[in-house]
Design a protein around this ligand. Structure first.
Ligand code: NAD
Length: 260
């Protein structure tokens, strides 16, 4: 379905980004992986995706804190694969603290990685998409693009910003064959979320199963985590012809969280 399409997925060395990269590769797209982490592990993932799906996979170590590195990543991707047809802005970090204690450097980093990086990557990728009259941009927002939770000032502000950015750019490029959408996941059991469970269980004196049900999934009516496979399938759908008229949307995949 996506043969001869070339995708860049930021923050794809783990979790949701890696799941989306895998789904796009399975659908036939060549992939640029990006993200931090152990280089041996990243190379293993790169080779695995190439072998399993018969596509070209390259890796960019660009740091999403740095606008120049982001622009270089897009240029290098176009040079390596011939074009950037699909851009998934997924890299993200979190920090949880009350507003009066929220560290300035955490605010700056969350706004830079979760919001500004999507701006810089779109700015660099859209001219090529316009030339070829085809593009698919998917910004990974969050249920926190639509509703708030306490102690997450920077994250909620950044994700609401992603929603506004998505709608604005969608309008600007609507006549050029380019769609721009955001996916707004509820809780996904990525390594990042999984790592918090034992500590939360200890801190609250409850079992790990209770942490999942009563803390993490308290706001999620299905009481099920969203899976990376479900998000990958949504991304593939948004890249296909059937989704050509879907643009400027913030699509919740959140087990009913934001219906409440
Ligand atoms: P994760 O920690 O597993 O993955 C984050 C990715 O971003 C990693 O590849 C990491 O290397 C990369 N990254 C972090 N800082 C970077 C930087 N400066 N430069 C380049 N890459 C960087 O987290 P995840 O849970 O898979 O989250 C991915 C996205 O999904 C984030 O935008 C997050 O806000 C969003 N999200 C996650 C959940 C969830 O429950 N896990 C829910 C809603 C939205």
């Amino acid at each position: 379905m996506l043969r001869e399409k070339n995708a860049v997925v930021t923050g794809s060395t783990s979790g949701i980004g890696l799941g989306i990269a895998e789904a796009l590769a399975r659908a036939g797209a060549n992939i640029v992986l990006n993200g931090l982490g152990d280089l041996k592990h990243i190379e293993t993932q790169r080779v695995r995706l190439e072998k399993n799906h018969g596509v070209e996979v390259t890796y960019s170590p660009a740091n999403m804190l740095d606008p120049e590195q982001i622009a270089e990543m897009i240029d290098a991707a176009a040079e390596a694969h011939g074009s950037v047809d699909i851009l998934v802005n997924n890299a993200g970090i979190q920090h949880v603290a009350p507003i009066e204690e929220f560290p300035l450097e955490k605010w700056d980093a969350i706004i830079a990685i979760n919001l500004s990086a999507a701006f810089h990557a779109m700015k660099a990728a859209i001219p090529g998409m316009k030339e070829r009259r085809f593009g698919r941009v998917i910004n990974i927002a969050s249920a926190h693009a639509l509703v708030a939770s306490p102690f997450k000032a920077a994250y909620v502000a950044a994700k609401h910003g992603v929603a506004g950015l998505t709608k604005t750019v969608a309008l600007e490029v609507a006549e050029h064959g380019i769609t721009v959408n955001a996916i707004a996941p509820g809780y996904v059991l990525t390594p990042l979320v999984e790592a918090q469970i034992p500590d939360t269980a200890k801190a609250r004196g409850i079992s790990e199963a209770e942490v999942k049900r009563d803390v993490l999934l308290a706001a999620q009516p299905t009481k099920q985590f969203v899976t990376v496979e479900q998000l990958g399938a949504m991304a593939v759908f948004l890249c296909g012809d059937a989704a050509a008229s879907i643009t400027g949307t913030i699509l919740p995949v959140d087990g009913g969280w934001t219906a409440q």
